[in-house]
Design a binder for this molecule. Structure first.
Ligand code: 5GP
Ligand code: ZN
Length: 130
């Protein structure tokens, strides 16, 4: 059983923010910023590519509601919603989860920076477009 499945089964304690039949939200142990929360499906799916659409839809519904609530109650000024998918993207727990990271100001310890690269966009488009 993975670590999040053990948390869901209450074999490992956690700080539960929200729970329903399908979803559990807990405080992230790391508390990258105050209120950093993880929202996960109770059923084990390894990442976002595995979870059925209806379940993802409900999970994102809960995520948005919680993000707004956390933002308001902790007097944050915004939030990042983050889904790391697979090891190359920094996923360390292979049980699908969404990070809610409340943001306070430019000195809150988080920097998400996009560096610029020059790729041939036409050939990329040809590969990506449906
Ligand atoms: P990932 O890098 O896979 O997107 O994020 C995994 C997250 O789970 C990390 O932010 C880490 O702090 C958190 N985490 C790992 N183990 C535990 C745990 O046992 N309890 C809680 N509450 N969070 C955990
Ligand atoms: Zn699991």
């Amino acid at each position: 059983m993975c670590i999040f499945c053990k948390i869901i089964a209450k074999e490992i304690p956690s700080n539960i923010v929200y729970e329903d039949d399908e979803v559990l939200a807990i405080l992230d142990l790391a508390q990258t910023t105050k209120g950093h929360t993880l929202v996960m499906p109770k059923e084990h799916y390894s990442d976002i590519t595995e979870i059925p659409f209806e379940k993802l839809s409900h999970l994102m519904d809960v995520t948005r509601t919680l993000a707004q609530r956390i933002n308001d109650r902790l007097h944050a000024n915004g939030f990042n919603i983050l889904i790391n998918t697979k090891e190359a993207a920094g996923q360390t727990v292979m049980h699908m989860h969404v990070h809610i990271i409340p943001r306070y100001d430019e000195n809150d310890g988080i920097k998400i920076e996009f560096s610029e690269n020059k790729f041939d966009m036409q050939s990329i488009l040809e590969l990506i477009k449906g």
